[in-house]
Write a protein that binds this ligand. Structure first.
Ligand SMILES: [Zn+2]
Length: 73
């Protein structure tokens, strides 16, 4: 369970920011064992989205290069 020292309260693991800081005060959050709380893992669908966006943008670039008259995509 992540614990925020300055706020003096427990945080739900989902409330801890991606870099492992408190959303309220911005301090590093420690776990109950005293270790810094693990950074929240980037969800897999984030990378899926990044990949899809990359493929789409690359594909769009190619279409625009090959068919410059097709501007509405
Ligand atoms: Zn805090």
């Amino acid at each position: 369970m992540p614990w925020c020292e300055p706020c003096d309260r427990y945080l739900s693991p989902n409330a801890v920011s991606v870099v492992g800081t408190c959303p309220k005060c911005g301090e590093r959050v420690t776990d109950t064992d005293g270790e810094p709380a693990d950074s929240q893992k980037v969800p897999w669908h984030f990378w899926l989205f990044v990949g899809a966006a990359g493929i789409y943008l690359g594909w769009r670039q190619w279409i625009l290069l090959l068919f410059p008259q097709v501007l509405i995509l």
